[in-house]
Design a protein around this ligand. Structure first.
Ligand SMILES: *Cc1c(COP(=O)(O)O)cnc(C)c1O
Length: 381
């Protein structure tokens, strides 16, 4: 029995219709780079796709000021930023970001996935960090104009995409503490292959105690750099032990699962039901999480958003009651978790069929191999 689901605020906002790219294009006029990548570098980057290390020739930009609002829209040459040492972001971390992908379909067209979801979430994050919100169509137009300018950098092939990174930060020169009066917004992009180079083989996760990425009333539900900064030290220690990511627990009791540093988690039970930690305001509301919940519910799967106790999860993994565990997010899509360990336990699971199926179902829609009954795909070019 599928449970009824009340759309979250982000889901509701992302469902609002938006103008097609042909109407939005041109809001960010192009100033072509005088120094685009050489043919040699282009070939090298596109044939050795990594994740997040190489960037394209251009970037989108606009600037917000307290008096003028958002202005100076443009797609400009990619390059170093000039930032005064007094810029408040360098001192108080007033900065938020998004992550989404541009996919090339078999017919050569370029698409992105639920850009209005990311727009709504950027505004949600901005509100929490006392940064200005932006018009949803401006957000989507910045992607359209940027990707159209650098369309040749959108790779073709399974698991590849142009990873898009919109971000916004306080650039006002002021070290007093107040919300910035000058804010810059950019979109950069990185031609990317699979996030985990080991492929669909599963990753080992360390469940950390004593450290948290976020807490009640904090910035956990905002996509802000500070949350990542807080996750790096425990992450590094886990990496030294051979684990690829850490899983954080609730900060009151260290009893319930929250999420990884940058991915949400799902548990597939042997009885076919699926569980994922409920949105408490501390975890980040992933678009991938939302899409997976929707796809599963529409297949009749019982998807429960609820508290998941670590000790019950570990016991279930041992008894066989828990069949599969996976993590999800835009960058890595769906990643099986094949080992979960902490101070006093260490359990393993195989890569599961249902995890594989969910990955296939979602990427088929994203890559245009399957119909998109949800209107999630947005054609950029
Ligand atoms: C971005 C992010 C996710 C995944 O969100 P998607 O919209 O699915 O990419 C999950 N957790 C954290 C902490 C994140 O920053």
């Amino acid at each position: 029995m599928a449970t009824t689901h009340v759309p979250t605020e982000l889901e509701a906002l992302s469902g609002k219709p938006i103008a097609p790219a042909s109407e939005l294009a041109g809001r960010f006029p192009l100033t072509p780079s005088a120094h685009p990548a050489s043919a040699e570098r282009y070939e090298k980057v596109m044939s050795e796709l990594a994740f997040g290390r190489e960037f394209t020739d251009h970037m989108a930009h606009m600037r917000w000021t307290r008096d003028g609002g958002w202005e100076d829209r443009g797609v400009i040459p990619y390059g170093p930023l000039t930032l005064t040492p007094g810029a408040s972001v360098l001192h108080y971390a007033q900065s938020v970001f998004e992550g989404l992908k541009a996919y090339r379909h078999a017919d050569g067209s370029i698409w992105t996935f639920r850009p209005t979801y990311n727009a709504a979430r950027l505004n949600h994050s901005a509100r929490r960090l006392a940064l200005p919100e932006m018009d949803v169509e401006d957000f989507v137009a910045s992607l359209v104009d940027y990707v159209r300018a650098d369309a040749k950098w959108v790779p073709e092939g399974d698991g590849t995409s142009l990873y898009l990174r919109p971000f916004m930060f306080a650039s006002e020169e002021f070290v007093g503490v107040h919300p910035a009066g000058v804010v810059d917004y950019y979109v950069i992009g990185s031609p990317s292959g699979p996030y985990f180079t080991s492929g669909f083989t599963g990753v080992p996760i360390w469940v950390v105690k004593g450290y948290h990425r976020a807490g009640p009333g904090g910035t956990g539900s905002a996509k802000c750099g500070g949350n990542y900064a807080a996750s790096l030290m425990p992450q590094t220690r886990a990496a030294e032990k051979g684990f690829s990511q850490v899983c954080f627990l609730d900060s009151y009791e260290e009893k319930y699962l929250e999420e990884l540093g940058g991915m949400n988690m799902f548990v597939v039970m042997a009885d076919g039901s699926v569980r994922t930690p409920e949105l408490t305001g501390v975890i980040l509301e992933g678009g991938t999480r939302s899409a997976i919940c929707r796809l599963l519910r529409d297949e009749g799967v019982d998807v429960r958003e609820e508290r998941i106790a670590l000790d019950e999860l570990v016991a279930g993994m041992r008894s066989g009651e828990v069949a599969e565990v996976f993590a999800c997010g835009t960058a890595a899509v769906v990643t099986p978790i094949t080992r979960l360990a902490g101070d006093d336990f260490d359990v393993e699971l195989p890569v599961g069929e249902r995890t594989k199926r969910i990955h296939q179902r979602l990427t088929d829609i994203q890559l245009g191999r399957a119909e998109d009954p949800y209107g999630w795909m947005y054609r950029i070019d």
